[in-house]
Design a protein around this ligand. Structure first.
Ligand SMILES: Cc1cc2nc3c(=O)[nH]c(=O)nc-3n(C[C@H](O)[C@H](O)[C@H](O)COP(=O)(O)OP(=O)(O)OC[C@H]3O[C@@H](n4cnc5c(N)ncnc54)[C@H](O)[C@@H]3O)c2cc1C
Length: 502
């Protein structure tokens, strides 16, 4: 087969999934990756006898993985387990911890004194969220659009009954159904999973509540999330796909509207018939291709997700009182959310998530020890440039956590690693340390998001969080399918052209 050599830049989950689809369809695939190991943001840190997942800690839409495995004719190379409860939520100065059960009657029991008719309300809320999900997922989320008019025509096919939700933010949609502070905050928490706050995330994303509570829920991976990457890499090895690490693309050459090679930091040239960029789709266009539309000024004006302060702690004791997935909130939710994207000094009373990986994966910590991973949503580098106070912030979170769990863990820490937005930026070329890439605003989704085909070179495609459909592991799997379809369509068109000119 001619025209079948593909070079993929980036071994994130989007790049790996695209590579496997292509290799299984007969393409000769090569991957180059900036870092020393695969996975991108879905990564792993091994240190002092502990194993930590460094980014994602659970995933939704498991059926997307199953569909992917079926399309590639493989057995999914990792084992996943449904979470129930999904996670726990604790508010500061409150002894109550809420457990987010998928069983809505069990969930409602915890709200009986604070939110009258909670079960009926959440059923009604999820019914609406479910309608939004089912009316958009195949039409809008899992679709390639060749142009903005085509995208707008498709949007016009979405049931008009959802139109008012388009004009509400996540918070406004949630507060139509719930009145108590606790219910409103707990149900809207999922907006943070999209890298913004409930107050500036579109109401249509309340479909996420449906995916978490009703449709499919969340899943843990046996042995930790990095087993997904390990499994994918094993499958790629079977298909003879090579991955070259410690290789960062910094320049390119073109001829007649075609990309002819990519050039790494050492000056090596990488050639292929087709190129798939898994590095951030906006950053690559800006810094490597120097596109006007992605100039420094325009990049600054785009809407970016928040940064993450993450830290990985090995404890010389067990924490039986702490669950696997836990959220710790303060008492100033709205104020915190309002300022987190604009004020560098919001971190005095941070909100954070704690993952105890060793809870269900005993291999991830030495005996009698615990492996903890903290994620704190923080301003990205556009807002907070100086992270010299990272140790103070981390200490304040550890102190707060110690109080909430009635155990002072400071003296039990035997391993500690901190990643600020600066580290996230430098490790994975994330714009200003923005953790999830471009936000999902009206003008940055669908055909308005950086497209998965290049504007100039017809042999360049994109996959991953900042192209369509968006951020998160299941979206990366869908993104790989969409990029694969583009490449196949292009190949078919070329074959047809060749046969008609014979
Ligand atoms: C702290 C955190 C927590 C998260 N939690 C969850 C979660 O619980 N569930 C969930 O579903 N999602 C979660 N996400 C989101 C999820 O991690 C991402 O959406 C997903 O992993 C992105 O995959 P990707 O393939 O698009 O990009 P990436 O993972 O960023 O991969 C891109 C790859 O390209 C490489 N690269 C970049 N530039 C170059 C270059 N010039 N040359 C060569 N290589 C290059 C990078 O090193 C990287 O390996 C989380 C993200 C973060 C940061």
């Amino acid at each position: 087969m001619k025209n079948n050599k593909v070079l993929i830049v980036g071994a994130g989950i989007g790049g790996l999934a695209t590579a496997l689809r292509l290799a299984k369809s007969g393409y000769e695939v090569q991957i180059i990756e900036k870092n020393a190991q695969a996975g991108g943001r879905l990564n792993q840190l091994k240190k002092d006898g502990f194993t930590f997942d460094t980014g994602p800690s659970f995933f939704s839409m498991s059926y997307e993985f199953e569909a992917f495995a079926k399309a590639c004719n493989i057995k999914l190379p990792f084992t996943y387990k449904a979470l129930d409860p999904l996670y726990s939520v604790n508010f500061s100065n409150s002894p109550t911890t809420f457990f987010l059960y998928k069983d809505l009657a069990k969930l409602a029991e915890q709200f009986k004194d604070i939110e009258p008719d909670f079960e009926a309300k959440i059923q009604k809320y999820l019914s609406k969220s479910g309608d939004i999900f089912h009316d958009t997922v195949n039409l809008v989320i899992k679709n390639n659009f060749d142009s903005i008019p085509e995208y707008l025509r498709t949007l016009a096919q979405v049931n008009m009954v959802h139109l008012p939700v388009l004009f509400r933010n996540f918070w406004q949609q949630v507060t139509r159904y719930f009145t108590s502070d606790e219910a409103q905050q707990i149900i809207s928490l999922v907006a943070f999973f999209l890298g913004r706050t409930p107050f500036d995330t579109m109401g249509i994303y309340t479909l996420l509540s449906y995916t978490e509570f009703k449709h499919d829920g969340y899943y843990n991976v046996e042995g930790g999330m990095y087993q997904i990457v390990r499994g994918f890499v094993d499958e790629l090895v079977k298909e003879k796909v090579s991955i070259t690490y410690n290789t960062e693309i910094v320049a390119y050459k073109e001829e007649n509207k075609k990309l002819t090679c990519l050039i790494d930091k050492q000056g090596n040239k990488w050639t292929a018939d087709t190129y798939v960029i898994n590095a951030d789709a906006a950053v690559f266009r800006s810094r490597i291709f120097n596109r006007k539309k992605y100039s420094t000024k325009r990049m600054e004006k785009m809407n970016w997700t928040m940064g993450y302060l993450t830290f990985y702690i090995g404890l010389n004791c067990k924490l039986p009182q702490v669950d696997h997935h836990n959220y710790y909130l303060g008492q100033n939710y709205k104020q915190y959310a309002d300022t987190i994207l604009s004020d560098p000094n919001t971190l005095e009373k941070p909100y954070y998530y704690v993952n105890v990986l060793s809870k269900h994966n005993t291999d991830c910590a030495p005996e009698g020890c615990e492996s903890l991973f903290f994620v704190c949503p923080v301003p990205n580098l556009l807002v907070k440039k100086d992270w010299s106070d990272k140790d103070q912030i981390v200490d304040s979170i550890i102190d707060d956590f110690s109080k909430r769990i009635n155990t002072n863990i400071q003296s039990e820490i035997i391993s500690k690693t901190i990643y600020t937005p600066e580290d996230w930026q430098s490790q994975f070329n994330l714009y200003q340390g923005s953790g999830l890439g471009l936000s999902h605003t009206m003008l940055q989704i669908g055909a308005f998001r950086p497209s998965n085909f290049d504007e100039t070179y017809n042999n360049v495609f994109y996959v991953g969080a900042s192209t369509i459909p968006g951020a998160g592991i299941p979206m990366a799997i869908i993104s790989a399918e969409l990029a694969f379809k583009r490449i196949e369509k292009q190949k078919e068109a070329m074959l047809q052209k060749a046969s008609t000119t014979k």
